[in-house]
Ligand binder design. Structure first.
Ligand SMILES: Cc1cc2nc3c(=O)[nH]c(=O)nc-3n(C[C@H](O)[C@H](O)[C@H](O)COP(=O)(O)O)c2cc1C
Length: 208
């Protein structure tokens, strides 16, 4: 039996319903479900994952061949293993993120540090091992960084995510920039109105 198409949703914002990136995701998932009637959505909310930054125990386990892992080493890598398996099982991936200090929040960087794994997602020769997947990145930022912006060169979050996804082999990536999200916080736009402006781009990305 053919497996249903799977969408992995990575959420990062701590702001719940007030989060612009989460509202962008909500719209994306609605569109994705209508385009993939039998699709399965797996949500990975990094605010609920208990992700630790990589520490000495984690690194020791990472640099020890799996056949020599102690129970403690296997334990240190278990969440990372789970996150990698989740990524590899997905056909489509959507990553929703705020911009913090011109880059991705530390929590998303921590997820990246857990899923870039030599031998699993990155070959020992440096070639990416994650193939045949399509990713969409939904970015909410207070400022505007798109083409023509005087602060375009500060769009480190987009550049970084494009780079790191490409490093592990995910090259089919669409970025949807929710720039100027501070309008929502300032009450100068509604959440619905703000997300609506990206509707076409979101639908297009969710439908292919
Ligand atoms: C700690 C912090 C740092 C931020 N840094 C930036 C920044 O460097 N550039 C920017 O455009 N917006 C910045 N913002 C604004 C957020 O990107 C904006 O509020 C966005 O809507 C957050 O995403 P969310 O609504 O999904 O939580 C920052 C917000 C916070 C709380």
């Amino acid at each position: 039996m053919p497996q249903p198409t799977k969408l992995l949703v990575i959420e990062t914002s701590p702001r719940g319903d007030a989060s612009v990136s989460r509202n962008m995701t909500r719209r994306f998932v609605q569109e994705w479900r209508s385009a993939h009637a039998d699709g399965k959505v797996v949500e990975r909310d990094l605010m609920q994952t208990g992700l630790q930054f990589t520490n000495a125990a984690w690194l020791q386990a990472y640099f020890t061949p799996p056949a020599q892992h102690t129970a403690a080493m296997a334990d240190a890598l278990s969440l990372s293993d789970e996150l990698v398996a989740e990524l590899l099982a997905a056909d489509d991936i959507v990553i929703a993120t705020p911009v913090y200090n011109y880059n991705v929040p530390a929590l998303l960087k921590a997820w990246i540090d857990h899923i870039v794994r030599k031998g699993l997602t990155l070959g020992f020769d440096g070639a990416g091992l994650v193939h045949g997947k399509k990713a969409t990145v939904l970015i909410a930022s207070g400022g505007v960084y798109t083409e023509g912006s005087p602060i375009r060169e500060r769009d480190i979050a987009t550049q970084y995510l494009r780079l790191i996804l490409g490093v592990i082999g995910i090259t089919d990536v669409t970025f949807i920039a929710g720039g100027g999200a501070k309008m929502v916080d300032l009450g100068e736009d509604t959440m619905e109105g703000f997300v609506e402006k990206m509707e076409q781009d979101i639908r297009r990305a969710a439908s292919v």
